[in-house]
Design a protein around this ligand. Structure first.
Ligand code: ZN
Length: 295
């Protein structure tokens, strides 16, 4: 009897030990299961759920670019003073009520002209302007709209980063030189999956020399295709598949200049122009860009 009881005790004890081992083993294998997806997530570093839409709005001899992804939107420039209403209507037609970022690349009328109308018409989270002022009525109107909405101006620094939906943006240049406002242009590089965009404003060769140049899918050509921008060295390094020139038909500046078009053609960029194509829409799925034109 004594021996049998002892045997039963051993049996119960070993069952408990087996269950305990099984429990520990179970916990470890669960741990392993938990870890696996994390590792997978790290390998695929992009989880794109929605296309990126970039609209190069035809505002004649001026710039205005709307960028939309998920529920986020950013506007870079807003055309001349007379374009304000058209830009506002364009944004409204896309069903957008809030702009996460409104950027005035530099205080020339063909970039910030319609910015006051935009700020007055939408909920705006951030306004970005370069660290330079002018005494024009156009500039003062923009400042007045910013003040009326109690917004603070963000002055970007090179290397500053922010996101629009699933797109990563980085400030690449802005040179403060009172004798040339174009150099103040806030240059933004946007990366979306494996595709990228470089928004140059009216940045010139001096800005290009300062920038950290990487291969880029889409280039918004600097300064309406003027020869003061888009140096050959710059083009060779960014090697854009698509070049967008924002320019007015028969403008008095002779933009875009032949030399710039030749350089872009030689490098193999497909050129789109707002004077010939109207509003240009580029849709990126994170791997490739599809271009749609109004004309
Ligand atoms: Zn301009």
């Amino acid at each position: 009897m004594g021996k049998k009881r002892k045997n039963r005790k051993v049996q119960i004890l070993s069952t408990i030990i087996v269950l305990f081992i099984a429990l520990i083993f179970g916990l470890f294998s669960n741990e392993e299961l938990h870890q696996k997806p994390t590792t997978t997530n790290l390998v695929t570093n992009q989880d794109i759920t929605d296309n990126l839409e970039v609209y190069f709005i035809d505002v004649g001899q001026a710039d205005s670019i709307l960028i939309v992804n998920n529920d986020d939107a950013m506007l870079i420039d807003a055309g001349n003073n007379d374009d304000g209403e058209d830009v506002v209507n364009f944004i409204k037609e896309k069903g957008i009520q809030k702009l996460n970022y409104v950027i005035g690349t530099h205080p020339h009328e063909d970039h910030i002209g319609g910015l006051d109308d935009v700020i007055d018409s939408f909920e705006v989270e951030n306004v970005m302007l370069p660290d330079i002022t002018t005494n024009t009525k156009t500039f003062e109107d923009v400042i007045e709209s910013i003040e009326n909405k109690n917004l603070e101006i963000t002055i970007p620094k090179i290397g500053d980063t922010f996101t629009i939906g699933e797109a990563n943006c980085e400030v690449e240049s802005s040179i403060i030189d009172k004798s040339n406002l174009n150099l103040a242009s806030i240059v933004i590089r946007l990366e979306f999956g494996n595709t990228s965009f470089l928004f140059m404003g009216d940045a010139e060769e001096e800005n290009e020399e300062q920038m950290n140049l990487k291969t880029t899918t889409v280039l918004k050509v600097g300064h309406h295709g003027s020869t003061t921008s888009t140096s050959l060295d710059f083009l060779r390094q960014i090697n854009p598949q698509i070049a967008v020139i924002m320019v007015g038909k028969d403008n008095s500046y002779g933009h875009p200049e032949k030399e710039t078009l030749t350089k872009l053609n030689n490098i193999g960029s497909k050129i789109y122009r707002t004077d010939l194509n109207g509003t240009i829409t580029i849709i990126s799925d994170g791997n490739k860009c599809e271009v749609q034109t109004e004309k």
